[in-house]
Design a protein around this ligand. Structure first.
Ligand SMILES: N[C@@H](CCC(=O)N[C@@H](CS)C(=O)NCC(=O)O)C(=O)O
Length: 218
């Protein structure tokens, strides 16, 4: 059975778990604590980020997007990856690049203080919140036409992007809820209330070698 090294709150790991469930793939889940990574993870992926999927034949997939593509290529009963693939990838690329960069600087301005030495932490935070909101507004426009980014049902782009929008929202949830992007609020709320989200956010203990395997399955 494939083994997934994961970290519950990591948005990249979250999107991998979402895709594995949507694709009805069963894996053994090993919950990692980032400051205490197991040797087994480092041995199969020296870059040591999560998620990492180790297949039964030993092949290692250590990029979340690749894990999603692997899962949905195996099985895609709900058609998440059925339409407009290059357009889906364009949205995910903008999320992973432009939006993620702004999100990190908004969420952790102190980590970027040296890059913006002429700005206060509050200024770094506010400038990058505005940057991030450019993407939020693009999502808002898009979601005017349909409940999900690529039509009436959830797509791979939705599950790839939602974990990052969730992070953005929870930096200042009260402010987010009052902001003028009702389509995005509704889209996120639907996701947070979904069974799929509940299943991927279940809390597992840190994996230790020799533990009874935790089977992560639909
Ligand atoms: N491009 C990678 C990024 C994964 C990533 O950066 N994960 C973070 C956690 S959210 C991580 O493992 N960081 C390593 C660390 O904090 O030690 C992917 O899409 O899988």
């Amino acid at each position: 059975m494939p083994v997934l090294y994961s970290f519950r709150r990591c948005p990249y790991a979250m999107r991998a778990r979402l895709a594995l469930l949507a694709a009805q793939q069963t894996v053994e889940l090993r919950e990692v604590v980032l400051r205490d990574k197991p040797a087994q993870l480092l041995a199969c992926s020296p870059k040591a980020t999560v998620p990492v999927l180790q297949l039964a034949d030993g092949q290692v997939i250590d990029e979340s997007l690749e894990i999603m593509l692997w899962a949905l290529a195996a099985h895609d009963p709900a058609g998440l990856w059925a339409t407009k693939r290059s357009e889906q990838i364009e949205w995910i690329t903008r999320n992973d690049g432009f939006f993620k960069a702004a999100l990190d600087r908004y969420k952790y301005p102190n980590r970027y203080a040296q890059d913006f030495s002429q700005l206060s932490l509050l200024q770094i935070e506010q400038q990058h919140k505005q940057q991030a909101e450019i993407f939020i507004n693009e999502l808002e426009q898009r979601l005017q036409a349909s409940a999900y980014l690529f039509g009436p049902s959830i797509s791979m782009a939705d599950i790839a992007i939602l974990p990052f929008v969730r992070q953005f929202a929870f930096v200042d949830k009260a402010g987010f809820d009052l902001a003028p992007y009702s389509n995005v609020q509704h889209w996120l709320q639907q996701f947070l209330q979904s069974e799929l989200f509940a299943a991927v956010m279940f809390k597992y203990p840190q994996w230790q070698p020799g533990d009874e395997p935790i089977i992560f399955a639909p």
